[in-house]
Design a protein around this ligand. Structure first.
Ligand code: N7H
Length: 557
């Protein structure tokens, strides 16, 4: 975008926004803790005790920058001893209603958050139940009907011992917070795979594609939140931070900032918030998704063996079919740039592994002066040789990139982007396992957005579940859900000039087994509104109730 034409980027309040939203903890160990309030005064006392531990965007950004610098100087080796342990917190509608009032909680600008991830909302997402009348959340381990937690806490660390120590200090305790202290109703540790770090249980690298955000971390014009590597000379097209990483206005992730116009990408002023303290908050969607790893790989083996007998798919391997269903190879290399086989060097290059378009050939990136880049990989030729990536592939279904979707141009797709902060749970299935080992495993899917309705729910219900949206080509066979559980995907041939094929899955390998909709408020909102007005301890306790002294708060801009 030419400097003269570029709209001014807002200063984002990185001291007030929780750190996992825009910066991302990105830790190897992450525990989710669901909490229910009993007495409200005790809940507020506990919250006040926890506030100093909740990490801001500035803290997480600073650590992530330091870590990347140290790792780069060591040729990619992880710096020893540079560890951090973080916490963030989010509240369900019920949790906010209890700490304020039902009317105030109803003021939050998202009907699905207000409704909660209840039976009706879960049915809307296509979650499976034995019959249409049954409640799909009935068997959930967390968040099912009648069991919605008030709080979801995230404690994440590079070291599990430090995670355990911090969690022990900050979870509610009757000794510290009084006999009516909130109760932990569920908790579970997510961990990066030790056998394949950074990969989810099906074997694919995760966390490769995240949006960039317009915005500054201070009034200095070059202090950008998302580092910039590219020139953006044409203000009428989507602007990119890195190749394939579009810039989205911060109001699509955090309340109270300009958001992206779905027709032309220009910034739209934020709608007035009914409560000023909603500013700097973000909606968190949590889905505990169990994965049938053996079932997925059995399907790939059987289907690839069948298809390999046909002229369009001669030599098709299970790995190649998996790459077509995801849109990336296990390493993370996009099939649009590596159509025939995995390319681990391409996958490892963060300036190349997202540099692909679906609607046209991808032009060479226009780097800013001084940016070092390898750039020796073949470009994606989806325009001339495509479609290479099936339109049913998971990464196409949830982000059709430059290709206009059923609801609008590429600018509209920007408004659907979310920040994903998930991590696997459960042990990996042994590579040589002949079948399922009966152990539960899956993904703690977490994403942040400014609208659950227009972002997470839209991606899941309108695109992933559908056969014909965002473009014709079938269902998302990874996360799409249908009442009969069968999903179909059209796969382009891997042999030029031959026919493609349609594959149909017999079952659903990813199943929701828990979850909820939450609001991650700003630090000042937690301290000054949600934890405020704590009266003296409600119930006499034999031990002193430790409550930090209250100090007058500075007003934030
Ligand atoms: Fe997905 N997988 O292993 O196949 N996802 N996902 N996801 N996902 C992505 O780009 C996976 C789920 C998105 O910008 C990759 O990080 C699995 C839900 C989005 O190109 C892989 C599960 C939703 C993207 C997976 C799961 C999304 C994305 C590629 C469940 C939202 C970015 C690596 C168990 C409704 C797309 C990467 C882009 C990428 C997998 C869930 C959304 C490998 C196994 C529920 C927006």
């Amino acid at each position: 975008m030419a400097p003269g034409n570029a709209p001014a980027e807002p200063v984002v309040d990185v001291d007030d926004i929780q750190g996992n939203i825009l910066a991302g903890f990105n830790k190897d160990h992450q525990r989710l803790i669901a909490i229910v309030f009993r007495g409200i005064p005790a809940a507020k006392r506990w919250l006040l005790r926890v506030v100093p531990h909740i990490n801001s965007t500035r803290e997480v950004l600073a650590f992530n920058t330091l870590f990347k610098m140290a790792r780069a100087r060591r040729g990619g080796q992880e710096p020893i001893g540079l560890v951090a342990t973080w916490t963030n917190i989010a509240f369900s509608h019920d949790g906010i209603a209890k700490l304020t009032s039902a009317a105030i909680a109803d003021d939050l600008p998202d009907p699905s958050f207000v409704a909660g991830l209840t039976k009706a909302q879960s049915q809307f997402l296509g979650d499976f139940a034995a019959s249409p009348q049954d409640d799909p959340t009935a068997e959930w381990v967390v968040g099912g009907t009648g069991h919605i937690p008030d709080v979801l806490m995230i404690v994440a660390s590079d070291r599990v011992d430090q995670l355990v120590a911090l969690a022990a200090e900050i979870i509610p305790s009757e000794q510290i917070d009084g006999p009516d202290a909130p109760t932990v109703v569920w908790q579970e540790l997510g961990e990066t795979r030790t056998d394949l770090p950074g990969h989810e249980h099906f074997g694919f690298r995760d966390g490769v594609s995240q949006p960039g955000v317009f915005g500054l971390v201070s009034k200095r014009p070059k202090a950008v939140l998302t580092p910039r590597f590219l020139e953006n000379p044409d203000p009428t097209t989507v602007a990119f931070a890195k190749p394939g990483q579009p810039l989205v206005w911060p109001g699509n992730f955090v309340l109270g900032y300009p958001s992206t116009n779905r027709n032309d990408g220009t910034p739209v002023d934020p709608a007035p918030l009914k409560q000023p303290w909603f500013r700097n908050g973000s909606f968190l969607v949590f889905r505990r998704l169990t994965q049938d790893v053996a079932g997925f790989h059995r399907f790939l083996r059987d289907t690839a063996a069948d298809l390999a007998q046909t002229p369009g798919f001669t030599g098709l391997t299970p790995e190649h079919l998996g790459a077509q269903l995801v849109g990336r190879w296990p390493s993370g290399a996009p099939i649009s740039r590596a159509p025939q086989q995995d390319d681990t060097s391409l996958a490892a290059d963060s300036l190349a592994n997202n540099d692909f378009l679906f609607g046209s050939d991808t032009p060479p990136p226009d780097y800013l002066p001084g940016v070092k880049h390898a750039g020796a990989f073949p470009p994606a030729m989806e325009g001339s040789n495509g479609p290479i990536c099936p339109h049913a592939a998971h990464i196409f279904k949830v982000n059709p990139r430059d290709l206009a979707s059923d609801v609008g141009p590429d600018f509209d797709t920007l408004t659907r982007r979310v920040f994903r902060r998930g991590i696997p749970f459960g042990p990996p299935l042994a590579q040589d396992s002949p079948g399922d080992d009966g152990v539960e495993r899956g993904l703690h899917f977490i994403c942040y957005q400014a609208s659950v309705v227009d972002q997470f729910e839209f991606l899941q219900q309108h695109w992933a579940n559908a056969e014909g949206f965002p473009a014709t080509g079938g269902n998302d066979t990874i996360i799409g859900q249908r009442p009969d559980r069968k999903r179909s995907a059209s796969i382009p041939p891997i042999v030029t000039g031959q026919q493609g094929a349609a594959v149909t899955t017999p079952t659903q390998w990813v199943k929701p087994t828990g979850g909820g909709y939450f609001f991650a408020p700003s630090l000042s909102a937690i301290r000054n509104v949600l934890a405020a007005d704590s009266p003296a301890p409600d119930v006499a306790s034999s031990r002193a109730v430790v409550s930090p002294p209250r100090r007058p708060e500075k007003k934030r801009g």
